[in-house]
Design a protein around this ligand. Structure first.
Ligand code: COA
Ligand code: AMP
Length: 637
């Protein structure tokens, strides 16, 4: 069997041969004309001319092959006390019925549908029903506020919205319908239909003429068949944070996505059809799209949909209970979840209470995995713990220790804490200096991926092709700029250390400080502001706001900070986890007026720093330190 080095080298030397063979793992209604259209603009496109249906590949083909009775989805919801199991044939019926209801609501191939749903099986049914019709879904994470939902409604102009009466966050019921109604009221674009799933925990009122009860609509609809779409047609749009308030609509196509995700299940996770895969994330994030919904089903595996938290639902042993009860072979989650578990159960006593004999490996992503968390998980689980790195834009991992590819010397490369190991086949990763020259081993620079990117990666941003070019392609010609910085060591291991932009990572969630600054700046009393990400033991980073007040404002600082905390929650949502702000007299800046966010972050984190030579007034740094101390945020140096 070929080794990693041979496979990786072939994937870059002969991408058409490599991906052309791998694409045979997918059912094509009409074969693609070419594997790669390298001349397409602004980026190369995979499998042009090919016709397929992603839902067929994820569901129907397994039924057609005689595996209809295999479990497709296990719904485990400690917050509602429910465990439900759905076979492939049951999922097929549910998806076809919902697709029928959407069709009756006027949804056709190419139309957009927003999915604003909690972690219930119907969320997967919703995504796959859209895929069945060739409609383009855009799932919006439940922790976003109405305003953010409205921004997405206006950007992707959905014909229909699929939602539910409520979500359940630990012990809290979160009413979704008032948020949906408020978002539609704010948005300029109005969807013509909403299907609302009434959950038993909380019923909601329906708007006559626009809203329909999900169950009634599905019961009345004729099931719909899979609609063939082009490989290059969009499957979904997923909005992610950029440097400004306007989120970026990452577009995923149908063909490349199906091919790459199907491949990743074998090559990266070493999963076989019928085995149980659990990605403990949320359908609102890319991990949820790729590894709760599409990839496990494309590979004929069973996926676990978990509606709960790593701790508190009911305790830090719930992950081990789920692994044991459902025979999970591979778990994928964010390091923050493990930090939460370790805090509650430092000795791992709850792990020992469960039979984890079928559990093979833990994969971590979403944020840098700190070596302490990696060590703890490895020690307590006695299984491979694999850090792997990817982004909403890429849709699947760029770098990993691929469990399904022989290294030549063993099942895995030796694990180096802090590194997601090596580029996955298909990916050509380089670290460049500001002039675009490759840096020597060990030197930190911008991490880029040489073009063409492999299948499954984003071909554009929805409605924003120029932004796509400017943000990702312009700075390093011939490369995709990841927005991350790091280095490659002498053994070819990659280290992803930090973002180069204003994006911060809070509990594995990607957030824009620029977006939060826009909200702070909209407060009537705020003259100037800055938001930085400061280190947090549990969430990795949390945002911290600094505001300078307009002259003449004489409200107490505590009133101002409480107001801006509430404003961010109202405008962006609880997911921003914006809970701390400090009123300061002035912000430190360079002589050209650039706010020194990096220096402020070092002060807040009690790290050593050297003020830049271009600083306008170094005394402001002492003021910042004093204000942080007065507000109770000072850390020990
Ligand atoms: N709908 C509505 N509100 C939501 C939500 C959703 N789907 N998801 C999160 N929120 C809310 C939370 O309730 C919380 O609200 P609060 O301020 O009223 O307490 C807020 O958004 C922040 O959420 P979060 O940052 O997730 O914090 P938490 O304290 O609820 O949980 C962890 C912390 C670490 C347990 C949790 O983030 C976690 O399990 N993370 C790991 C898995 C993961 O989600 N990874 C994502 C990418 S792989
Ligand atoms: P998202 O698009 O929300 O998946 O966030 C992607 C960003 O999260 C990346 O650009 C990184 O900054 C960070 N990230 C994800 N996985 C890792 C990892 N394994 N190591 C370091 N950073 C990571």
């Amino acid at each position: 069997m070929a080794t990693y080095a041979e496979i990786h080298s072939r994937s870059r030397r002969d991408p058409e041969g490599f991906w052309g063979e791998i694409a045979q793992g997918i059912d094509w209604i009409r074969p693609f004309e070419r594997v790669l259209d390298a001349d397409a603009k602004p980026v190369a496109r995979w499998f042009p001319g090919g016709l397929l249906n992603t839902c067929w590949n994820a569901i129907d083909r397994h039924v057609a092959a005689g595996h209809g009775q295999r479990l497709a989805v296990i719904y485990d919801s400690p917050v509602t006390g429910t465990i439900a199991r759905f076979t492939y044939v049951e999922m097929q019926a549910k998806i076809a019925a919902l697709a029928g209801a959407l069709k009756e609501a006027g949804v056709a191939a190419g139309d957009r549908v927003i999915v604003y749903m909690p972690m219930v099986p119907e969320a997967l049914v919703a995504m796959l029903a859209c895929a069945r019709l060739g409609a383009v879904h855009s799932v919006v994470f439940g922790g976003f506020a109405a305003n953010e939902l409205a921004v997405r409604i206006d950007d992707c102009t959905p014909k229909a919205i699929l939602s539910a009466s409520c979500g359940i966050e630990g012990a809290k019921i979160v009413p979704y319908k008032p948020l949906l109604d408020a978002a539609i009221a704010i948005a300029k674009h109005k969807p013509s239909a909403c299907l609302i799933l009434q959950r038993p925990q909380l019923a909601c009122a329906l708007v006559p003429g626009r809203d329909r009860d999900w169950a009634e609509a599905v019961a009345a609809a004729a099931p719909a068949d899979c609609v063939p779409v082009l490989a290059t047609d969009p499957l979904y749009i997923l909005y992610t944070s950029g440097t400004t308030g306007a989120p970026k609509g990452v577009v995923r196509d149908n063909g490349g996505h199906a091919v790459a995700l199907h491949y990743s299940m074998q090559a990266i996770y070493d999963m076989k059809p019928g085995e149980v895969f659990w990605a403990a994330s949320d359908v609102g994030w890319v991990v949820g799209h790729s590894y709760i919904c599409y990839a496990p089903l494309l590979a004929g595996c069973t996926t676990v949909l978990f509606e709960g938290k790593p701790v508190g639902t009911p305790d830090a042993g719930v992950y081990w209970r789920v692994i044991e009860s459902h025979g999970v072979k591979t778990l994928f989650t964010a390091p923050t979840a493990f930090r939460a578990i370790r805090k509650e159960d430092p000795e791992g006593l709850l792990i020992a209470k469960h039979d984890l004999s079928g559990f093979r490996a833990l994969f971590l992503a979403g944020e840098r995995c700190d070596p302490a968390t990696l060590d703890w998980a490895t020690q307590k689980l006695q299984r491979p713990v694999v850090d792997h790195w990817w982004q909403t834009e890429t849709g699947w991992p760029i770098a990993a220790n691929c469990l399904g590819i022989p290294t030549g010397t063993g099942a895995l490369f030796p694990i180096k804490p802090g590194s997601p190991t090596k580029p996955v086949p298909g990916w050509d990763v380089a670290v460049l200096d500001t002039d675009g020259h490759a840096l020597a081993a060990g030197q930190i620079g911008a991490i880029v991926c040489r073009l063409p990117l492999p299948p499954g990666t984003f071909p554009t941003l929805w409605n924003a092709e120029q932004r796509f070019i400017d943000a990702y392609l312009a700075e390093y010609p011939g490369c995709y700029k990841t927005g991350d910085a790091g280095y490659i060591d002498e053994d070819g291991y990659l280290y992803v250390m930090t973002r180069v932009d204003d994006v911060i990572n809070v509990a594995g969630h990607r957030l824009s400080t620029g977006q939060m600054e826009e909200v702070l700046a909209s407060h009537a009393d705020v003259a100037e502001c800055a938001v930085i990400g400061v280190a947090d033991e549990l969430k990795g980073q949390v945002p911290l706001g600094f505001v300078v007040l307009k002259s003449g404002v004489n409200k107490p600082d505590a009133t101002i900070t409480a107001e801006i905390v509430a404003l961010v929650r109202d405008k962006i949502g609880p997911v921003a986890a914006f809970k701390q702000a400090v009123v300061v007299k002035r912000l430190p800046k360079t002589r050209s007026g650039k706010i020194l966010r990096g220096t402020m972050q070092k002060i807040a984190d009690a790290q050593s720093y050297k003020p830049p030579a271009t600083i306008d007034d170094p005394a402001i740094l002492d003021e910042i330190r004093a204000s942080l101390k007065d507000a109770g945020y000072a850390k020990e140096a």
